[in-house]
Design a protein. Structure first.
Length: 399
C-alpha cells in the first residue's frame, strides 16, 4: 500500500507493523506527532499494545527497560534535550543488553533553546553502546524501524533510528507500507533468552565487582570489564547481522541494498561528499550540477554510524582524490565527529595514497542550507585543494 504521510507517521506505522507491545511516551518537538499517532493506533484498536504516558523522557526509557526486561517488545521516541535527559538510562539499556528500539527526531540542543534540526543530539550519544541508524527519507524511516527490531533482538543491543526533525519528521512524501503478513514473515515474535518471571525471581544488574567471581552455582561469572568487552565484541559482530538483515529485507520487500553506505554517482567519482540523513540527498542535486561542469563528484550517505563501518568506508574510498564531509554536528574543540571517524577509517589503507579530507560544518540549529552554498563549497574543495586536510570550514555563518 502506498500512502503520502509525514516521517513521524512512517515511524509510527513501522512500530505498529513490528508489533511493539509497550509504548512509553513523553512529548517533545519535533517527535510529538509520532507518539500521538501511536496513541491513536492503539486507541482505535489497530495496534495491540500498552501505551504508557510518563512524566519525563528519563521515565519513558525506564518503562521500556522494565518492559524489555519482562520480555516485551518496547519502543519510545525523543529529541534533543529529551534524549539528553535519558542519558543515564541510555547507558543502562545498552549495558543490560535490552533490544529496545527508539526513534530520535534530530533537533539541536539548548542552551540557547532551539526546536530546529541538526544532529548534535544523537551524535552526543554515540559512545553509549547503542546501534545508530540514520534514515534519508520517509521510506527509509519505516523500513529502518522494522529492521531495527530484528537487529536489536538478534544482538541484544538497543537501536536508535535517527531522522531529521521537520525536514523528514513533518514533511509529507510518498512511501510504501509493507503488508502485515510480510512483516510477520520477516520479523518473528520477540523470544528473549531470559525474561523476568514472578515465579522465578531474580536480581538483574546488581553491583558488579571489578574482578570475576563465583556465581551461586560456584561457576566464575563475568566482572564489569568482561561485560563491557562482550558488548564491544558484539557491536563489532553487528556488521554481519545488519548486512544479513538488509539482504533478507530486500529479498522480501525489494528495497534496501545499502546497509552501510548509500552511494550516488560514485562509480567513477574522484571526489566523494559524505553526510548523514537527508543532507546526503540534498547533495545529489549538487553532484549533478558539478557533473555538468565536468567534475567527477559523487555522494555517499552514511546509513550506519554505530558501530562505525570503517572497513566499508575505507574500501569505498580507495583511489579517490578527496573526501568532503558535510556535518550538522560538531565535536567541540576539534572537528566534526564524522570527519574524525572517516579519517581514522582511512588511516590503515595499505598501498594507496589516502584521499584528502575536507570538513564543513553547517545547518546548526536549523540554519538554512542553500544549494548554492553546498555547490560552491564542494566545487571549491574539488578544484582548489592542495591535497591536504584544510581544517574545519563553516557554511552559512553570518558574522
Amino acid at each position: 500500500m502506498n500512502i503520502i504521510e509525514s516521517g513521524n507517521v512512517a515511524a509510527a506505522i513501522g512500530v505498529m507493523r513490528a508489533r511493539a507491545q509497550v509504548i512509553a511516551a513523553y512529548p517533545i518537538t519535533p517527535q510529538t506527532p509520532l507518539t500521538e499517532k501511536l496513541s491513536e493506533l492503539i486507541e482505535s484498536g489497530q495496534m495491540d499494545a500498552q501505551y504508557v504516558p510518563v512524566e519525563s523522557e528519563h521515565s519513558a526509557l525506564a518503562v521500556c527497560i522494565a518492559a524489555s526486561s519482562a520480555g516485551a517488545r518496547a519502543f519510545t521516541a525523543t529529541s534533543a534535550n529529551g534524549l539528553l535527559y535519558m542519558h543515564e538510562q541510555i547507558h543502562w539499556a545498552a549495558g543490560a543488553r535490552l533490544p529496545i528500539v527508539m526513534c530520535v527526531a534530530n533537533r539541536g540542543i539548548g542552551a540557547p533553546w532551539t526546536v530546529w534540526n541538526d544532529h548534535q543530539d544523537s551524535i552526543s550519544q554515540r559512545d553509549t553502546g547503542w546501534i545508530q541508524i540514520y534514515a534519508n527519507d520517509n521510506q527509509q524511516i519505516i523500513d529502518s524501524v522494522i529492521k531495527a527490531y530484528m537487529i536489536a533482538e538478534k544482538m541484544s543491543i538497543p537501536v536508535m533510528v535517527c531522522y531529521d526533525g521537520y525536514i523528514l519528521s513533518h514533511t509529507y512524501m510518498p512511501f510504501t507500507v509493507p503488508d502485515q503478513l510480510d512483516v510477520d514473515g520477516f520479523l518473528p515474535s520477540f523470544n528473549p533468552a531470559y525474561a523476568l518471571d514472578p515465579d522465578m525471581p531474580a536480581n538483574l544488574n546488581p553491583v558488579t565487582l571489578p574482578d570475576v567471581r563465583p556465581d551461586r552455582n560456584g561457576e566464575l561469572a563475568h566482572g564489569y570489564m568482561e561485560i563491557r568487552h562482550l558488548l564491544q565484541e558484539d557491536l563489532l559482530k553487528t556488521f554481519q547481522v545488519v548486512k544479513e538483515t538488509d539482504e533478507r529485507f530486500t529479498g522480501i520487500f525489494g528495497r534496501g541494498g545499502d546497509p552501510f553506505l548509500e552511494p550516488y554517482r560514485c562509480d567513477d567519482a574522484d571526489f566523494v561528499a559524505m553526510a548523514l540523513g537527508s543532507l546526503s540527498y540534498h547533495l545529489r542535486d549538487v553532484v549533478d550540477m558539478l557533473r555538468d561542469e565536468g567534475i567527477k563528484a559523487g555522494v555517499m550517505g552514511l546509513r550506519l554510524f554505530r558501530p562505525f563501518p570503517a572497513s566499508a568506508i575505507s574500501e569505498a574510498l580507495i583511489n579517490r582524490t578527496g573526501v568532503i564531509i558535510f556535518e550538522k554536528a560538531l565535536s567541540y574543540g576539534y572537528e566534526g565527529a564524522l570527519c574524525s571517524e572517516v579519517k581514522s577509517a582511512l588511516y590503515n589503507q595499505s598501498g594507496n595514497k589516502p584521499p584528502f579530507v575536507h570538513n564543513y560544518i553547517l545547518g546548526l540549529g536549523g540554519r538554512e542550507i542553500k544549494t548554492v552554498d553546498l555547490f560552491n563549497a564542494l566545487k571549491d574543495s574539488c578544484t582548489r585543494h592542495d591535497g591536504k586536510d584544510s581544517g574545519t570550514r563553516w557554511i552559512g555563518l553570518k558574522i
